[in-house]
Write a protein that binds this ligand. Structure first.
Ligand code: SAM
Length: 398
């Protein structure tokens, strides 16, 4: 059996960025995924995880030759042994977006065989204090904090560089139940909602059960613990882009899959008008109820509470002119892609929070003759490795 490298310090030349918030280096014929480094740097990496095989993981603990794009991380926890919530605090804003663009392009190339020149677009508001929804852990002393990277231990915090004011800062003076987690959100009205969560059960501690948000020229009311984009400008921006690209004809049928509280369904509903129909599908019963309540002024939007993979099998669903889908991190997968393609929509707009899942599903759509004809990527999660993409797929020209 080969020697375990954990704890070993090695000098390496840092290569390309890889998906997940790290860069690739090589040592003694193995791949080392290095955090806290940037491409082109020479660093000393300390190995933190080695499960054998061709790769291991490590943290750059000393920078010998720094990238010109390196900056001082504003948070001391964005460092080896820290919280791991932010991957790129040590990179300039432009470099963060460049790294994400490289990752999106690389995933499309590797998983879908596509060469695409990707640009990641900046949102207003800068790199700090943007995050309106945060989940924290509680330590044994009842203090909120974040899990140490790839660990269950909790680092207590009094603030968070990327969290919006009115989230983490309002939690720190309280004592919380050890072992619970705390979900906090600040909504568009500036109201803070916080719940202490044990298992799946949340007990409201601050604010009310209903958050109010604004996007796509509407006001939304939703479960304060339910899904909503965490960057304050993201929901509106994504709705605009998805609406422009989907562009269903008046009177047409549109599907909004993984519809949450109906953000994209509202845009599609406005476009198709009362003579058309929108089918929204969402597995969370509460979100589906919020969707129906929010869109009560558009009775031609029908919300189905159920899993997309089951609902789209239903022969009674009308064929869509266009489909918008916004699946969770793992993507839609083959059964859903097959079911969409079988209905031959004119356009598919795919909103993706994971570029690997997007690329896998783009490849599946290609198998049905759909080509990627548009891609926009947005830095809706500054300082982290996360990136939001909107892809347009259309039947390839014969
Ligand atoms: C990324 S969110 C998108 C929500 C919405 N499009 C928005 O922008 O606000 C994904 C949504 O899919 C739902 N979901 C996850 N798995 C699902 C499934 N198999 N079928 C239907 N909905 C699902 C989640 O509850 C969540 O609301």
């Amino acid at each position: 059996m080969s020697e375990n490298w954990v704890g070993r310090r090695i000098e390496v030349e840092v290569g390309a960025v890889a998906h997940g918030g790290h860069c690739v280096a090589r040592a003694d014929g193995r791949v080392v995924f290095v955090r806290h480094a940037l491409p082109g740097e020479r660093v000393v990496v300390e190995i933190t995880e080695d499960k054998g095989g061709s790769f291991c993981r490590g943290d750059a603990v000393r920078v010998l030759t720094a990238s010109p794009e390196r900056v001082d991380a504003p948070c001391e926890l964005a460092a080896p042994g820290g919280c791991g919530g932010c991957d790129w605090q040590h990179a300039s804003a432009a470099e963060q977006r460049r790294l994400k663009a490289v990752v999106v392009a690389e995933q499309l190339q590797r998983l879908a065989g596509l060469d695409w020149d990707v640009e990641v677009e900046e949102l207003a508001g800068g790199l700090e204090h943007w995050r309106t929804r945060v989940r924290l852990a509680v330590d044994r002393a009842g203090r909120v904090g974040f899990h140490r990277h790839r660990s269950h231990s909790v680092i207590p915090v009094r603030e968070c560089v990327i969290a919006a004011p009115g989230t983490v800062d309002v939690l720190v003076e309280r004592s919380w139940t050890p072992g619970s987690s705390v979900e906090v959100a600040i909504d568009a009205t500036g109201r803070t909602h916080a719940s202490e969560v044990v298992g799946k059960r949340g007990t409201r501690v601050l604010g009310g059960p209903v958050a109010v948000e604004r996007a796509a020229r509407r006001e939304w009311t939703l479960d304060a613990r339910g899904f909503w984009q965490v960057h304050p400008d993201a929901a509106d921006l994504l709705a605009e882009v998805a609406g422009q690209w989907a562009a269903p004809a008046e009177g047409a049928v549109a599907w909004d899959l993984y519809s949450g509280v109906g953000l994209f369904a509202s845009v599609l509903g406005r476009a198709v008008g009362p003579g058309g129909e929108v089918i929204a599908v969402e597995s969370s019963r509460r979100a589906a109820e919020d969707s129906a309540d929010n869109l009560v002024d558009m009775p031609w939007v029908r919300t189905f509470a159920g899993r997309v993979e089951h609902v789209v099998e239903s022969a009674s669903l009308p064929d869509p002119d266009v489909v918008v889908l916004d699946p969770p991190r793992k993507g839609a997968g083959r059964p859903v892609v097959d079911a969409i393609a079988a209905r031959a929509p004119r356009r598919v707009v795919y909103v993706a929070c994971d570029p690997a899942a997007l690329a896998r599903d783009v490849a599946l759509f290609a198998g049905h003759g759909y080509a990627l004809t548009g891609l926009r990527a947005f830095d809706t999660f500054p300082m982290t490795h996360h990136v939001e993409c909107v892809a347009l797929l259309e039947p390839a020209q014969a």
